[in-house]
Write a protein that binds this ligand. Structure first.
Ligand SMILES: Cc1cc2nc3c(=O)[nH]c(=O)nc-3n(C[C@H](O)[C@H](O)[C@H](O)COP(=O)(O)OP(=O)(O)OC[C@H]3O[C@@H](n4cnc5c(N)ncnc54)[C@H](O)[C@@H]3O)c2cc1C
Length: 100
């Protein structure tokens, strides 16, 4: 589980940097930005849920920060354009007249 968590986080970093590089170069970046937001926030949800699982009772109790990270990850899937809407943005780029 820890290996999967670390791998998904690293992939998210690469997606973020890819979108930022396009933006810095003045190139279209909307699709990559949507992919980065979608992947990183879904990863945050998965990773924090797994963290609660790994820590057992200590993960679930409010005495330790893991459960708060899990709640905070949930709202990141909703704010700044919900992840359903990010998927629509990505799909429109893929199905558009030309991929931008
Ligand atoms: C704590 C919090 C802070 C926020 N802060 C900000 C902020 O600072 N600035 C800001 O602009 N917005 C902010 N928002 C709004 C947020 O970005 C979402 O836009 C908003 O929550 C979605 O609108 P709604 O809640 O009315 O849900 P609805 O629009 O009713 O959507 C409900 C669900 O249906 C899904 N959905 C809707 N249409 C489709 C579709 N066509 N296909 C598939 N799924 C669909 C949505 O993704 C969502 O999961 C915040 C929201 C929350 C909860």
């Amino acid at each position: 589980m820890l290996a999967d968590m670390a791998t998904q986080i690293e992939a998210g970093r690469a997606l973020c940097l890819s979108a930022a590089r396009l933006r810095d170069a003045g190139l279209p970046f909307a699709k990559q930005a949507a992919m980065a937001k979608l992947h990183c926030t879904d990863t945050a949800m998965r990773v924090t849920t797994d963290a609660v699982q790994i820590l057992g009772g200590y993960g679930y109790t409010a005495d330790f920060p893991a459960e708060r990270y899990m709640r905070e990850a949930k709202v990141l899937q909703i704010v700044e354009g919900t992840n359903q809407i990010q998927r629509m943005v990505i799909a429109r780029h893929l199905a558009g007249p030309e991929e931008r």
